[in-house]
Design a protein around this ligand. Sequence first.
Ligand code: SAM
Length: 267
Amino acid sequence: MNKLHEANRQSWNANAQFWKELRDRDQLWRKCCDTTEIAFEGQALELIQYYSKDIATKQICIIGSGDNYAAFALASLGAAVTSVDISENQLAVAQERAKALSLDINFVRADAANLTLLADNMFDLVFSSNGFYVWIADLLGVLSEITRVLRPGGYYIFYDVHPFQRPWSHANVETIELVKPYWEVGPTIEAGTNPQYEFHYTMADLVNAIVDSGLLIRKMIESPPSDSRFWQDFAYEPGTDKRLMDWRINPRAGLPAWLTLVTQRNL
Ligand SMILES: C[S@@+](CC[C@H](N)C(=O)[O-])C[C@H]1O[C@@H](n2cnc3c(N)ncnc32)[C@H](O)[C@@H]1O
């Protein structure tokens, strides 16, 4: 058992109601089936469709599934989806929403670093997204498990916050202020009743763990956000300040916001 992952599980359990209420505000989760693109950033949906053709015939695993928008979108395209999250409370919210959307999804509570509930070579595609790696203490453990559950030739595609966005202060959008060195990975500890442990990996940390797990890198994309909400808060509602997309006003907009990688298990 990974103690830091377990602590993060407690913290996600404690915060699940907050996230449920935030997502219920705009009800966007109801639209993932008809408007699948709202569940993805960083060209991830286009890449999934390009590398994993005939999606309706695929077995897909979403890890660190959180709000499950990607799971809802891919299930509505006909894929057989398994949704894995470490927090039972996060999964309970997702399960309730899947029922409301009449989607048949297999929900599994597990640490992504220990997927023993899932057999070897099971999936055509594994996917993770936005804000997953920040919770992971054991990068190689997670990537080795992803590799194991993928069938030979299967793809692991993810997008996440680009490492170049991590060292800056978020206090004021109009100034760019370094608050830690790029190489300071952490963990940073959010103290409180349920302390949580966050990691800010560098590009090299991610790429080396991918390579060491045996996955091959097929494509890398560094992109801006599609909407100014990225710079505002955690809502999915459209951002209200379009000026934040201009790097002359918001200097961090001059750096990539998303890192998207397509990796493949060897045949
Ligand atoms: C910020 S959310 C983002 C997830 C998803 N991409 C989304 O957009 O909702 C992070 C999710 O990862 C889950 N998580 C954190 N650590 C995990 C781990 N070790 N294994 C599996 N899931 C984990 C949390 O419970 C939470 O639901």
